[in-house]
Structures are given as C-alpha cells and as structure tokens.
Design a protein around this ligand. Structure first.
Ligand code: NDP
Ligand code: GDR
Length: 381
C-alpha cells in the first residue's frame, strides 16, 4: 500500500486530494495545525477513529514553520509521495503578513526537501510542489505556458517563486523526484470564504435569502482562468506517477472577469444584475428575479427574500484592491493534455452552479434558524 503525506490537508485541495488518494487505496497522512477551534470541517467526512484497526487516514499535528516537526513526521511516515499544499495562500493577506508568508510558502517547501535529504529518502519519496499561476503576475505572454517568464506581483507570489526554484534545484542537485504543478485558480463549494469566487456565491445566496444587504468587491475587471479543484487534484497525483519528474501548467484555457463570475452566479439563481456607474462608483442593482428559476434550483420550501428590483446590492470597496494587482491570467494546458492525457471535466458554469447550490443550502440553514429565533448571523466579509 502506497503512503502519501499531505501538508495543507485541511484546505480546499487537501480535502479533495485526500479523498482521491483514499479512493485509490493509499494510506493517507495529513498535517494539521493546532487551532483553538475545530479546523477539520473539510475532511470530517474522511475522519477515521484512532481506536479502529487498519486506519488509512491519519492526522499529525504540525506546522511548516517547524523543521524538527516536519522531519519527525517524515521519519515516522516514510511517505512514497509528499504533496506540499500547505501555505498562507491568500494573495491580499500576504501584503499584510509578508514574512510569515515567506516562511510557510518559501521555507516550508525547503524544510520538506531538506527532510527528504536528511532522512536519506531521495530515492523513495516523490515531492509535489503546489506552484501557481501567480508566478506569471505581470504577464509577459498570453496564454501562459511552462516556458513563459515569471514576474511575481505579491509577497505570496515571490515566496512561491522560491519554492518553485528550490524544487527544481533539489531535483537537479540531489536527484529527488520533485514536480511543480503550475495551477491556475481553482474553486469548489469548499473554497475558502474570502477568495473571490466563494465570496461572491456566499454573499449572493445570503442576499437572496435576506441575510445580508450587500456584496463589496475590489477589482471587478480582473480576469482569471478558473477551474474546479476536483479536476486539478487528479493532475497533482498524475504528475507523480511518471518516469521523469516534470513541471506542468494546469488550467482550462478559458478566461472570465470577476464581473462575469458575479453574473454567472446570479443567473444560476434567476437573478439578473444591471451595472451602473464606473470605476469605484460602479454598483450592481437588482434588475429582475425569476422566482420560478430560484425555486427550481433549491427544490425546497425556502422562498427568495431578496430586496426589490432597483436595489443596489453590489458595490466597489477599494480596501479589496491590492498594492500590485495581477490583472489577467490565462493558461495553456497543452503540455498536460499531450503528455498526461489530462482534460478538465467540469465547466466554469457547472462549477459556479455547484457552488451556488451549496451556499444556498448553507444560507437556508441560517435563514431557518433565524426565522425560529436562533442567532442573528450578521457575520459577512
Ligand atoms: P487553502 O488556503 O484552502 O489551504 C491551505 C492549507 O495550508 C490549509 O490546510 C492550512 O491550514 C495550511 N497551512 C497554512 N499555513 C500553514 C502552516 N504554517 N503550516 C502547515 N499548514 C499550513 O489553499 P488551497 O487548498 O486552495 O491551495 C492549496 C495549495 O495550492 C496552496 O499552497 C496554494 O498556495 C496553492 N495554489 C492554490 C490555487 C487555488 O486556486 N486554490 C492555485 C495555485 C496554487 P488551516 O486549515 O489550519 O488554515
Ligand atoms: P487570487 O484569488 O488572488 O487569484 O489567488 P482571489 O480569488 O483572491 O482573487 C482573484 C481576483 O479577484 C479580484 N477581486 C477580489 N479578490 C478577493 N479575494 N476579494 C474581493 O473582494 C475581490 N474583488 C476583486 C482580485 O483582486 C484578484 O484579481 C488565488 C489563491 O488561491 C492563490 O493561493 C493561488 O495561487 C492563485 O489563486 C492561483
């Protein structure tokens, strides 16, 4: 039975990858951080009681900033494959916590690679590095391929640049099987609530149920190549199953603006938005609500309780602008398609719809509680 170790197992990709590897018959180990409240919501469905025999999903407390801890876990697990997904992964937050971001994202990768060396696992342990389209930053060519020059535009992206090159350096210097997956944005119903896709689906569903008055966004002209996390974790595994370690771009080859994402999510619920004004003064007002479409989507007794047509529900808030922005990203997944036979299966529209349905269910629970006198649910980002 193959053993995999996942850093960042409690995150979006970690949860999908753990499930994928368990289904492939792996024994899966994950590193989780000690927190003052439960942080395992995304992997609770995979949890196995430590008191049962033959467990195949095992969690270890740890942190990428702690090299002794990383070495000890690697020594205990002796993994065949390490997936390094752990990171302070929020680009905007990295401007506020640049040193911590560099430590987890940049040095965190080095600590695992060093653990492989120190423990003499160079010939046994394959290493996957979660690299990112943010490396392209101020893009030098469109679409971006494995050969497009990098120009990182945030402390996060600069830290990922170090992680990218240290992976290649350890591959060349010590013969470690190390790969970079240069993944473009990928989302899902368990995407972190402060990334733009989930922020949009969460806020719009809550607005439709009268739980939140407005959605505040930053740069709505930003364009991204958005795929589904479920498709992308399969590729992370595929990269480690080859004879030779290589780096691959993983993307859909299609690009949309943040504004289009808002429109797609709204349309899935029968809500149409009319845009008024420009720049920081731009607002999105409710144009029309197709009640029948809304009802068909949820197939439950919950009623839409949105404000009247003409009400502004989307506003620009410059606090969400970044000091240096990545305006446009579009990937060319040709190498992955040709060499690994990989194609994304889930379309942008299907993914957004899945996120809307999931967030509507969560909002409906809050609505039901509120209607029955439990809680106020004022929290929104
Ligand atoms: P998430 O932010 O959802 O998850 C990040 C994970 O890293 C969480 O499990 C988090 O733990 C953990 N983590 C954070 N800091 C530390 C630390 N100091 N030590 C150990 N673990 C830590 O990210 P995603 O799942 O979306 O992304 C996975 C990886 O892929 C990240 O490295 C990200 O930078 C990269 N990436 C993501 C893309 C995307 O579009 N999603 C695209 C390209 C790259 P906790 O739950 O406790 O916070
Ligand atoms: P990104 O994702 O920075 O590409 O990094 P995010 O969803 O945060 O932003 C995408 C684009 O939307 C614009 N935007 C907003 N973003 C957020 N978060 N909140 C807003 O209110 C908002 N309004 C507009 C942003 O300016 C940006 O242009 C993600 C992370 O998962 C990284 O870890 C990963 O490496 C890259 O994707 C690929």
């Amino acid at each position: 039975m193959k053993k995999a170790l996942i850093t960042g197992v409690t995150g979006q990709d970690g949860a999908y990858l753990a499930e994928f590897l368990l289904n492939k018959g792996y024994e899966v180990h994950g590193i989780i951080r000690r927190a003052s409240s439960f942080n395992t919501g995304r992997i609770d469905h995979l949890y196995q009681d430590p008191h049962v025999d033959n467990r195949r999903f095992i969690l270890h407390h740890g942190d990428l900033t702690d090299s002794t801890n990383v070495i000890r876990i690697m020594q205990a697990v002796q993994p065949d494959e390490v997936y390094n997904l752990g990171a302070q992964s929020h680009v905007k937050v990295s401007f506020e916590t640049p040193e911590y971001t560099a430590d987890t994202v940049g040095l965190g990768s080095l600590r695992i690679l060093e653990a492989i060396r120190i423990l003499g696992l160079e010939k046994k342990t394959k290493f996957y590095q979660a690299s990112t389209s943010e490396l392209y930053g101020l893009v030098q060519e469109t679409p971006q391929t494995e050969r497009t020059p990098f120009y990182p535009r945030s402390p996060y992206a600069v830290a990922k640049l170090y992680a990218y090159w240290i992976t290649i350096n350890y591959r060349e210097a010590y013969g470690i099987y190390g790969c970079n997956g240069i993944l473009f944005n990928h989302e899902s119903p368990v995407r972190g609530e402060t990334f733009v896709s989930r922020k949009i689906t969460r806020a719009l569903t809550r607005i439709m149920l009268g739980l939140q008055p407005k959605l505040f966004l930053g740069n709505m002209d930003a364009k991204r190549d958005w795929g589904h996390a479920k498709d992308y974790v399969e590729m992370q595994w595929l990269m480690l199953q080859q004879d030779t370690p290589k780096d691959y771009v993983i993307a859909t080859g299609r690009q949309y603006s943040v504004r289009h994402l808002v429109e797609t999510a709204s349309a899935a619920m029968g809500l149409s938005i009319a845009w008024q004004g420009k720049g920081e003064a731009e607002v999105g007002v409710i144009d029309r609500i197709d009640q029948e479409r809304f009802q068909n989507l949820v197939r439950a007794t919950i009623q839409a309780q949105a404000p009247e047509p003409g009400t502004p529900i989307i506003e620009v808030d410059p606090r969400y602008y970044r000091p240096t922005e990545v305006e446009t990203l579009l990937g060319d997944p040709g190498k992955a398609r040709r060499e690994l036979g990989w194609e994304p299966r889930i379309s942008f529209e299907e993914m957004v719809r899945e996120m809307v349905v999931s967030d509507l269910m969560l909002a409906a629970k809050d609505r039901l509680c509120l209607d029955n006198g439990f809680g106020t649910f004022e929290h929104h980002e």
